[in-house]
Ligand binder design. Structure first.
Ligand code: HXC
Length: 265
């Protein structure tokens, strides 16, 4: 009898909230190629649900780690070209998260290191418990960040601190990560963390889904582009908002002093 391994990634649903659980606790949820493909697959599957999903939580199983990085074992015997392919796979996951039309919240409880921090950085927000630790330790392995750390960490914390973290490989705790702007909100424990993320998604879900998706599109596309390009992207998104029923409903509801009834189109 052959037994198929249980998937290292599962989706849990609770109303408009979807949770993507990375479930490889024995390896501190390290991102093997299988895990990365499963994470991308989960986002593709959830994207097909349209406005039924108003926000996604990404969380690690086991209580010790969000994700302790790329799977070091699966990197050990790669050729340079295969190494580049491994990095591209991580970037494809980040692209799937950034293309997802609703906010994605990384809920970090424990280690978010290397590819784990990079996965969190691809999400819209990072919420964390006090027991969390963040770092890009790749140089300690003779590597550099490969899933977007050199791209998104400087945007999150500024270039000087990003350089310090990447050159030293040192870890920072949740309090320092919050002060640096990496962590948007800090919680005492995992239960409060998940409740906080669900509350944020519920708050977002009150708004026009179309508008939230347009705002995310503009924020993601404009990141790192020159002011003039970013401004044009914003104008294009603003124009697209006028093409939605939701915009006309939202404005009419305000003028008629009533609550809006958004249709999500
Ligand atoms: C594979 C990992 C792993 C990883 C932990 N494990 N991190 N396996 N890849 N990234 C495994 C350990 O081998 C061990 O397995 C089990 O998880 C528990 O880990 P321990 O080290 O025993 O736990 P502890 O002593 O508490 O230390 C926790 C830790 C440490 C500080 C998080 O595990 C650690 O430093 N991990 C590596 C972190 C790291 O360097 N990440 C960056 C990876 S490179 P066994 O079988 O022994 O129980 C990267 C590059 C991205 O992310 C770009 C690539 C293209």
């Amino acid at each position: 009898v052959t037994r198929t391994d249980p998937s290292p990634v599962r989706i849990e649903r609770d109303g408009v909230v979807a949770t993507v659980v990375i479930d490889r606790p024995k390896a501190l949820n390290a991102l093997s190629p299988d895990v990365l493909r499963a994470v991308a697959g989960a986002f593709d599957q959830l994207a097909a649900e349209g406005d039924a999903v108003r926000g996604v939580i990404v969380v690690g199983e086991g209580g010790r780690a969000f994700v302790a990085g790329a799977d070091i074992r699966s990197l050990s015997e790669l050729t340079p070209e295969e190494g580049a392919e491994a990095a591209r796979l991580g970037h494809r996951v980040a692209a799937a998260i950034e293309a997802f039309p609703a906010p994605v919240i990384a809920c970090v409880d424990g280690f978010a290191l290397g590819g784990g921090l990079e996965l969190a950085l691809a999400c819209d927000l990072i919420y964390a418990t006090d027991a969390s630790a963040f770092g890009q330790p790749e140089v300690r392995l003779g590597l550099i960040p490969g899933f977007g750390g050199t791209v998104r960490l400087p945007r999150a914390v500024g270039l000087p601190l990003a350089k310090e973290l990447i050159y030293t490989g040192r870890r920072i705790d949740a309090a320092e990560a919050e002060r640096a702007g990496l962590v948007a909100r800090r919680f005492a424990d995992r239960e409060a963390l998940l409740a906080g993320a669900r509350a944020t998604i519920a708050e977002v879900a009150e708004n026009a889904w179309t508008a939230v998706a347009l705002a995310k599109r503009v924020l993601v596309q404009a990141a790192g582009t020159p002011t003039a390009t970013a401004s044009e992207l914003e104008v294009a998104g603003f124009e697209d908002a006028f093409r939605t029923e939701d915009m006309h409903e939202g404005v009419a509801a305000f003028l008629e002093k009533r609550d809006p009834r958004f249709a999500g189109r």
